[in-house]
Design a protein around this ligand. Structure first.
Ligand SMILES: NC(=O)c1ccc[n+]([C@@H]2O[C@H](COP(=O)([O-])OP(=O)(O)OC[C@H]3O[C@@H](n4cnc5c(N)ncnc54)[C@H](O)[C@@H]3O)[C@@H](O)[C@H]2O)c1
Length: 374
């Protein structure tokens, strides 16, 4: 089968826009993916971002600060990686222009925006929408997902998922848009990190029916552009204790101030027959415990190499990392664009919308000190 090429425009050439450029540049890393991205256009108001793409991505023929110019160019799809207050207006224009959309989380700055984007996308079923979430593509996580789907855990009674950072422990870290409500949203760390912890539990059918939230704003000011303190108004840490309709406990943590955690994504699933633990802090280690009545309870550690969703040229014993997960995530979305079903789908608009309902209920829970329905 010939590999289909999809011409991409990138809207927002910051941290994540560049990660996509890097993933597209090493596409030959993958084997057997039915489609590939070719980045032909960049749209960003920052000259430095546009110049980076022009210098580093030889296929870029259009660099502009005007969204309409990018959307009227010869592209099939776009990746939008911009601050959260711009999600709704830009996603709207992209979808209405009929371009496939790889969106960033949280998929709108608040619940109202997410509902509006969902409504617009429902009116344009020809547009294929995927949302960024790379951590489920780690080999150990794929293995856990297969075990759950095969029913190996017995009754799952508790899921813990976390995504924790530590650099905000430094009070001298300068303010940026992710720490300001106008650009990041009321959700604070939940908007920034939350879909990452929801994607796998939601995909496996664990949907929170209620939530009791503990949110904290620990560092209240940060140095602004001229060194003067600026309000840092967003929630730094969020711990959400949820239950599903069936009574499964879910503990979902997103923390910007978690001492020692650089970018640690964790998943733990506890069942009556099997339990599993994984953290990107130990990227090749999958811990499992299989329970048999009368037998000792022993955690087993398995060292995993490369057996992930899409085959690659890397030797199977070599370690997997963040940028590999990004490439795998993009392979999943490009497979969808080619009209095929990937081994694991990127996050969907329905999953993003459910995460908004959860985070909005969490805000109510924090304000009222109550357990809130989701
Ligand atoms: N999947 C992940 O692991 C991950 C990691 C970090 C951030 N994100 C998400 O990616 C998105 C972008 O975050 P980032 O860290 O790349 O931010 P960033 O600040 O590094 O980059 C944002 C870019 O958007 C540009 N921009 C601003 N207004 C624009 C406009 N009107 N049109 C086009 N470009 C515009 C800025 O100039 C900047 O270059 C956010 O939604 C964030 O939550 C995802």
């Amino acid at each position: 089968m010939p590999v289909q090429a999809f011409k991409f425009g990138v809207i927002g050439g910051g941290l994540m826009g560049k990660e996509f450029a890097s993933a597209a540049a090493r596409w030959f890393h993958l084997e057997g993916v039915p489609a590939r991205p070719i980045i032909t256009a960049i749209c960003d108001p920052a000259p430095a971002a546009r110049e980076w793409f022009q210098q580093n991505v030889p296929t870029v023929t259009l660099a502009t600060d005007d969204l309409a110019t990018l959307l009227s160019s010869d592209i099939d799809a776009v990746y939008v990686a911009v601050p959260h207050h711009l999600h709704l207006p830009i996603y709207r224009q992209v979808i209405e222009a009929g371009k496939h959309l790889f969106a960033e989380k949280p998929f709108g700055i608040d619940l109202e925006s997410a509902e509006e984007i969902t409504k617009i996308s429902a009116a344009h079923p020809e547009v294929k929408i995927g949302i960024s979430s790379e951590f489920p593509f780690y080999p150990a996580v794929q293995r856990i997902i297969h075990h759950v789907e095969a029913g190996k855990f017995g009754e799952i009674f508790e899921i813990r998922a976390a995504f924790n950072h530590c650099s905000d422990l430094d009070p001298n870290k300068p303010i940026n848009w992710k720490r300001q409500i106008a650009f990041n949203g009321e959700y604070g760390c939940m908007g920034d990190l939350g879909l990452h912890v929801c994607h796998v539990p939601f995909r496996l059918g664990f949907h929170p029916a209620n939530v009791r939230a503990a949110l904290s704003n620990i560092v209240k000011t940060r140095p602004g552009p001229n060194g003067e303190p600026v309000l840092c108004e967003t929630w730094d840490n969020a711990t959400l204790l949820c239950q599903t309709e069936a009574g499964t406990t879910m503990l979902l943590e997103t923390k910007r101030i978690s001492p020692g955690d650089t970018n640690s994504w964790k998943l733990e699933i506890y069942g009556t027959k099997m339990s599993a633990q994984f953290s990107t802090a130990q990227p090749k280690t999958l811990r499992t415990l299989r329970y048999q009545s009368g037998q000792p309870q022993e955690w087993r550690e398995e060292s995993l190499g490369q057996p992930h969703a899409f085959k690659s040229i890397t030797g199977h014993i070599f370690e997997f990392g963040f940028s590999d997960a990004i490439v795998q995530m993009w392979a999943a979305y490009l497979t969808e664009l080619a009209g095929e079903t990937p081994p694991f789908r990127v996050a969907t608009p329905a999953e993003a919308l459910l995460s908004h309902r959860l985070f909005t209920a969490a805000l109510r829970s924090q304000t009222n000190g109550t357990t809130e329905p989701v």
